[in-house]
Ligand binder design. Structure first.
Ligand code: URA
Length: 233
C-alpha cells in the first residue's frame, strides 16, 4: 500500500483492526489527523500526517533498527541544547519515534543502536537478559593481572550497593583491554577502571550481543540492521 491512503484503510492496516471497526471509530469521532477530528472514512492520509486512534498515535513506518558508528563529540539524546546529538547524523522520517538502545558518553566512540522498538531496546539494555556490550578500553596506566581479576569478579563502584556483575576481560596490550559487561550503569566502564586504580584514556564500543559494528561504516555513518542482527542471540 502506498500514500495517500483512505483514512479507514490506513487505520485498519496500521492499527491492525477490521475495516468495519475503523469506520465506526471514525464516525464516533475517535480519530484525529494532524490534531483535527475527521469523521469521513475516505479522508486522504498523506505521508508525514499524524493519525491518532483513540488518542494513540499510529506508527505507519513499522519497527526500525539501525547501527551507527558514533564519532566523538556527539551525545546520545534526542535533543541537547549544547551539543550535536546522534540524531543529527540520521536522515530518517519520524525521528522522534526513535530511541538509543544503550547510550555512550560524548567522548566514547563506536556502536550505537537506534530503534523504534521499545521491547527490543529493553531486552538489550536490561541486565536481566545478560546481553554483553563489548568495549575496547585504552587505559591510562598499564593494566595489571590483579586489576583484570578484580574486573572479572566484580568491583565496588562509588555510590553503588552491589558489586558489578562478572565481566569478561581480554588483555590486548600493556595499556589496552577488551571488556565485556552486561550492565549499563552510568559511566560504568570509566568507574570500573577507576575502581581498580586505573583510568580510561579512550573508549570504543565494538559490539552489543551478536551485533558487531560494521567496519564499512566510517565515523558518523549508519545503516539498517539485518534480519539476523535484529533477532538477537
Ligand atoms: N561506560 C562508560 O563509562 N562510558 C560509555 O560511554 C559506555 C560505557
Amino acid at each position: 500500500m502506498k500514500f495517500p491512503y483512505r483514512l479507514d484503510k490506513f487505520i485498519s492496516h496500521f492499527a491492525e483492526v477490521p475495516r468495519s471497526k475503523a469506520k465506526q471509530g471514525i464516525k464516533r469521532k475517535h480519530v484525529e489527523v494532524n490534531g483535527e477530528v475527521i469523521i469521513k472514512a475516505d479522508h486522504s492520509v498523506n505521508e508525514g500526517d499524524t493519525v491518532t486512534w483513540y488518542g494513540e498515535s499510529i506508527n505507519a513506518v513499522g519497527k526500525r533498527y539501525f547501527m551507527l558508528n558514533k564519532p566523538e563529540g556527539y551525545v546520545c539524546a534526542n535533543q541537547d541544547e549544547l551539543h550535536a546529538t546522534v540524531f543529527d547524523l540520521l536522515d530518517e522520517p519520524l525521528a522522534s519515534q526513535l530511541q538509543v538502545a544503550g547510550r555512550l558518553d560524548i567522548d566514547t566512540t563506536g556502536l550505537v543502536l537506534i530503534t523504534s522498538d521499545g521491547d527490543w531496546n529493553h531486552v538489550l539494555t536490561s541486565p536481566r537478559h545478560q546481553k554483553y556490550k563489548t568495549y575496547l578500553v585504552e587505559c591510562e596506566m598499564p593494566i595489571t593481572d590483579d586489576a583484570i581479576e578484580q574486573l572479572e569478579n566484580g568491583v565496588q563502584l562509588h555510590n553503588e550497593r552491589e558489586l558489578t556483575k562478572p565481566a569478561k576481560v581480554e588483555k590486548l596490550a600493556d595499556y589496552a583491554i577488551r571488556l565485556s559487561i552486561y550492565e549499563g550503569k552510568y559511566h560504568q566502564v570509566k568507574r570500573m577502571l577507576a575502581a581498580v586504580g586505573n583510568g580510561v584514556a579512550a573508549l570504543h564500543r565494538e559490539a552489543i550481543a551478536n551485533i558487531v559494528l560494521d567496519d564499512a561504516l566510517a565515523p558518523g555513518e549508519y545503516r539498517a540492521l539485518t534480519e539476523s542482527e535484529i533477532k538477537l542471540h
